[in-house]
Design a protein around this ligand. Sequence first.
Ligand SMILES: NC(=O)c1ccc[n+]([C@@H]2O[C@H](COP(=O)([O-])OP(=O)(O)OC[C@H]3O[C@@H](n4cnc5c(N)ncnc54)[C@H](O)[C@@H]3O)[C@@H](O)[C@H]2O)c1
Ligand SMILES: O=C(O)C(=O)C[C@]1(C(=O)O)C=C[C@@H](O)C=C1
Length: 365
Amino acid sequence: MTEVAILGVGLIGGSLALSLKKNKDVHITGFDVVEDNLRMALSLGVLDRGTNQLAEAVAEADFIFLCAPVGKLQELISFLRYTPLKPGAVITDTGSTKVAVMELSHGFAQRGVHFIGGHPMAGSHKSGVEASHDRLFENAYFVLTPTDGTPVEVVDDMKVLLAPTNAKVVVMDAQKHDEVVGAISHFPHIIASSLVNLVANCEDEESWYRKLAAGGFRDITRIASSNPRMWRDILLSNRPVMKQLAQDWRTVLDSMIDLIEKADGPGIEQFFASARAYRDGLPEKQKGAIASYFELYLDIPDEPGVIGKVTTLLGEHTINLTNVRIMETREDILGVLRLSFRSQEDVERAVVLLQERGYTVYQRE
Ligand SMILES: NC(=O)c1ccc[n+]([C@@H]2O[C@H](COP(=O)([O-])OP(=O)(O)OC[C@H]3O[C@@H](n4cnc5c(N)ncnc54)[C@H](O)[C@@H]3O)[C@@H](O)[C@H]2O)c1
Ligand SMILES: O=C(O)C(=O)C[C@]1(C(=O)O)C=C[C@@H](O)C=C1
């Protein structure tokens, strides 16, 4: 039996646990500082065992995954440095930055313990174990950043362990990782939130900005709903890269101001054309490029008990919902119901069922 300890059982820790458990020879122990999260994880069947004692969680572990927020990794690693661990154990993490964590990885090798940085390039704007699912990492890149001294066999063992995630595991240099991911993941969160703040500051008494915000605004700002603390930690741990990107962004905006002032039509068209060419070349349906969340929307007709009818119908057909939310986005109908599921299969089954019963259903592209 391979013993795995997951420290921090939230969206990523929970999703990893669910994926790794597909291998019946893997036994998962979870540790979290919030006991309710452990309780929730156990009741969702995410963990085999839960404990609020860190030393106990890692004592027998062959693999230790640090899945806590980036700002908590130092404290966890400091604890592990002085805690008895199994000889040959592998410590890894899922943090969104890699240079900072690799700087903390020294001192384990002489104890016969290996440290390999890790970062799955899939996630969501949602947090918490209740949003986790076993296919989150499917087809996504999963970056590993071993140290110079990490034996190849240990990296291979990690790849074998991660196989049930169906992620594409790649080995990368930590600095390169932070530069690339800074540009394609961290900086977009700054842009999305800047845009939302800009619009929020323009809002008028009649709320016209909110009312007219349609597909474009919603598409580019989904990630502004992410966890602010998580993103605070990530930016603070990738500062040089973030600063450079912000400066480059200022140059991009300055040249757009210039194009607008000069009413330079060809220049503006070229700006959009080059962006479209690169965007259209991104691999489709790749989780690393396009977010994974399994949701559908349906118009709620103005009749009593309709939400209960929908949820009961899905339950009767063993289609499990992970979340239900009423969204008041249109004024001509009672509302729109957003239903969240664990997998795309569940979404597709729900679409067929609801359409058969006459509901109007939408899916995001
Ligand atoms: N959310 C994403 O899209 C995403 C994707 C890839 C990687 N990551 C990274 O993965 C890590 C986890 O992110 P998440 O989205 O699962 O966050 P989350 O908020 O859903 O879960 C984090 C969990 O860690 C727990 N925790 C906090 N401090 C702890 C500590 N000292 N010891 C143990 N547990 C602690 C929290 O209680 C929570 O249950 C972060 O480092 C994040 O940067 C996130
Ligand atoms: O899909 C989202 O909401 C995400 O923000 C996921 C995302 C990303 O930027 O793509 C965010 C942080 C992670 O470290 C990896 C993936």
